[in-house]
Design a binder for this molecule. Structure first.
Ligand code: SAM
Length: 266
């Protein structure tokens, strides 16, 4: 199901991967360090991917952007990871890290947080190698298209992971729902969706550029997932009132959810 929007043009033109990582993931000034988003997300990702309930051969990360924090735990539970994003600039930045090239973002402060959750903070260098070995492809993806990976057609996978992407890509709730339907076609029945993001976000900044958000709620997420054939296994919400820098991003909470695809919905 394709639904037209001009947001794709906004990402193509204005999204700067380096500015994004610096604004949100910088070791000392990053908003996601400050508002506890990272601690919240990394803890739940660790719990999910170390539980033994969510594992398999292949995981697709939808809308990876230039970031790899989201697959640091998943690489322990899946043999193969496919990174995807709409923007070519993000692919370049992602591959810079993957190939360990000069100028790549230093994820060690985040990696050490994940390794600490796993019980050995000093293991980051090993984990870096594991992530680099697990990521087999970096593909173009548009969640607004009925096959988001077009022209690539893949066998359905065991897990979809997507952080902060659908609400960034969708101009309204109908578009979000279509995007959810579109990515769900990539998932096996019995497979899991791990979806994370922010609630109530109308706009967010990267350096001096403003991007439109989509102020979604937990109720909207639950009803959309049910209509797409999912059984919601876990929802976690972390309020951020008073913690976040509203000049950068105006959300009121972070969410983390795990859902199992129970059936195909046409
Ligand atoms: C806020 S960033 C999130 C990046 C990363 N997942 C993270 O957690 O930091 C939103 C991402 O969605 C991507 N995006 C926007 N529209 C998209 C679309 N239609 N299809 C796929 N990705 C899209 C952008 O290129 C950007 O990388």
């Amino acid at each position: 199901m394709a639904s037209g929007t001009n947001r794709n043009d906004i990402y193509r033109r204005d999204f700067d991967p380096k500015d994004y990582m610096d604004t949100y993931f910088n070791k000392t000034s990053g908003l996601f360090m400050d508002d506890h988003y990272l601690k919240f997300i990394l803890t739940h990702l660790h719990n999910t991917f170390s539980s033994g309930d969510v594992k398999g051969d292949t995981l697709i990360d939808i809308g990876s952007g230039p970031t790899i924090y989201q697959i640091m735990s998943a690489c322990e539970a899946f043999k193969e990871i496919i990174a995807t994003d709409f923007s070519e600039k993000n692919h370049q930045e992602y591959k810079r890290w993957l190939h360990n090239e000069p100028g790549a973002f230093d994820w060690s402060h985040v990696g050490e947080m994940v390794c600490k959750l796993e019980g050995d903070r000093s293991r980051w260098t090993d984990k870096e190698k594991k992530i680099r070995a697990a990521v087999k492809q970096v593909l173009k993806c548009d969640v607004l298209e009925s096959n988001p990976l077009d022209p690539v057609v893949l066998p359905k996978v065991d897990c979809l992971l997507s952080l902060l992407c659908l609400e960034a890509a969708s101009k309204d709730c109908d578009t979000f729902y279509c995007a959810l339907q579109n990515i769900t076609t990539l998932l096996k029945v019995g497979g899991h969706l791990v979806l994370c993001g922010v609630l109530g976000c109308k706009a967010w900044m990267v350096a001096d550029k403003q991007f439109p958000g989509l102020p979604i709620t937990e109720d909207f997420l639950r009803s959309s997932l049910a209509k797409c054939g999912y059984d919601v296994k876990e929802v976690q919400v972390q309020p951020v009132a008073g913690k976040c820098n509203v000049n950068l991003c105006d959300y009121y909470g972070n969410f983390y959810l795990v859902a199992e695809k129970k059936k195909e919905v046409k």
